[in-house]
Design a protein around this ligand. Structure first.
Ligand SMILES: NC(=O)c1ccc[n+]([C@@H]2O[C@H](COP(=O)([O-])OP(=O)(O)OC[C@H]3O[C@@H](n4cnc5c(N)ncnc54)[C@H](OP(=O)(O)O)[C@@H]3O)[C@@H](O)[C@H]2O)c1
Length: 287
C-alpha cells in the first residue's frame, strides 16, 4: 500500500516499519573535505561500529575516537583499533553519566590537541519497549529519554569548546563537517508527521518521545548558535531500519549499507542541512 503525505511517498504503511522515500533531495554544494578529528559515541556495536569502519576507509581523517560504555568488552572495536592504532582510539563513554561525559572531553582534548574536534556523532542510543497499555512505568520512559536526548544534548554542550576550537581554525566561514559539526543519529521516529496511526509499532512510545526530543534540542542549538555566533553545523540523520540488536532481524538494510551512506554524506553537509532531519543519503525528511 502506498500513501502520499506532503510530497513524500510512504510505502508498506501497514507493515511493522514504514519506509520513507523522499522525492526531492537537498541541493548541495559539495565541500569534499573530510573532518580531521571525529568522536563517535556508542561505537562498540551496531551502526556506531559500522560508522567507525567506514571512517577508517577515509585516509583524510586523522583521528577517530570511539566511545564505548565498556572498552574492555568492546572486542571488535579493540581489534579495529589495533589494526590502525595511529588513527583509532577507544575511550570510556556513558551518555547517562555526567562524570563519564566530562572525562571523555578531557581524553578527546588530549588526543586532538590544538586541532580541536571537527565532528561529534551522537550515536549512542537505547530502545526500551513501552506501550500505551503497559503498566505505567516512569523509570523506563525517563531512561530512554535520558540516554537518547538528555545524554546527547549534554554531550554536545560538553564538547562545544573543542568544536569551537576546530571551527576557529577554519579559513572559510561556511558550515561544514570539515570545520565543526554535530551529527545526531536520529530516527524516522523523530518525525511527528510520520507518527500517525501507530507508525512503526506500538512498543515505541518512549523511544519516539526521546527521538523527537533529540530533534528538538538540535533545532534549539541551531537557533542559539545563530545568536551566540557559534559556527557549528548541527544536523539529524535517520540511518534507515538497520539489522542491529536494536533494529532486529527483520530490518531492511545491513549496518554496512547504512554506515557507508552516512559517512558518504558527512563530506556533503552544508548550511542547507543545519537543523534539518535527513535520511542517510541526505534526502529531506518531514518534521
Ligand atoms: N537500528 C535501527 O534500525 C535504527 C533506526 C533508527 C535509528 N537508530 C539509531 O541509531 C543509533 C544506533 O543504533 P543501533 O541500531 O546501532 O543500536 P544497538 O545495536 O543497540 O547499539 C546501541 C549502541 O549504543 C550504546 N549505548 C546504549 N546506551 C548507552 C549509554 N548510556 N551510553 C553510551 N552508549 C550507550 C550501546 O552500548 P552497549 O553495548 O554498552 O550497550 C551500543 O554501542 C541509535 O541512536 C538508534 O536510536 C537505529
Amino acid at each position: 500500500m502506498r500513501i502520499r503525505i506532503n510530497g513524500l511517498i510512504i510505502k508498506n504503511f501497514l507493515t511493522q516499519r514504514t519506509i520513507v522515500r523522499t522525492i526531492a533531495s537537498t541541493p548541495c554544494s559539495y565541500s569534499k573535505m573530510a573532518p580531521k578529528t571525529v568522536f563517535i559515541t556508542g561505537a562498540n556495536r551496531g551502526i556506531g561500529l559500522g560508522i567507525v569502519r567506514e571512517l577508517l576507509k577515509n585516509s583524510e581523517i586523522e583521528t577517530i575516537i570511539a566511545g564505548a560504555r565498556s572498552v574492555e568488552n568492546a572486542v571488535e572495536l579493540q581489534s579495529l583499533a589495533k589494526s590502525d592504532a595511529a588513527r583509532l582510539h577507544t575511550i570510556q563513554f556513558d551518555a547517562s553519566n555526567d562524570e563519564s561525559i566530562a572525562n571523555s572531553v578531557k581524553q578527546v582534548d588530549q588526543l586532538v590537541g590544538a586541532r580541536g574536534l571537527n565532528l561529534l556523532i551522537n550515536n549512542a542510543g537505547v530502545n526500551l519497549p513501552y506501550k500505551t497499555d503497559d503498566v505505567p512505568n516512569r523509570e523506563t520512559i525517563l531512561k530512554c529519554i535520558d540516554v537518547n536526548a538528555v545524554g546527547a544534548l549534554l554531550t554536545s554542550q560538553h564538547f562545544l569548546p573543542l568544536l569551537q576550537r576546530a571551527a576557529s581554525l577554519s579559513g572559510d566561514d561556511q558550515l561544514s563537517a570539515s570545520r565543526a559539526a554535530i551529527i545526531n543519529i536520529g530516527s524516522d521516529c523523530s518525525s511527528q508527521t510520520l507518527n500517525i496511526t501507530g507508525f512503526c509499532n506500538n512498543t515505541l512510545v518512549a523511544y519516539k518521545m526521546s527521538k523527537v526530543a533529540m530533534l528538538s534540542f538540535a533545532r534549539s542549538l541551531v537557533a542559539d548558535f545563530e545568536t551566540l555566533k557559534v559556527p557549528v553545523l548541527v544536523t539529524t540523520i535517520h540511518p534507515g531500519w538497520v539489522l542491529t540488536d536494536m533494529g532486529g532481524p527483520d530490518a531492511d538494510i545491513t549496518v554496512e549499507e547504512s554506515a557507508s551512506k552516512i559517512v558518504n554524506s558527512i563530506d556533503r553537509l552544508n548550511s542547507t542541512h543545519h537543523g534539518g532531519l535527513f535520511d542517510r543519503q541526505l534526502g529531506v525528511m518531514p518534521f
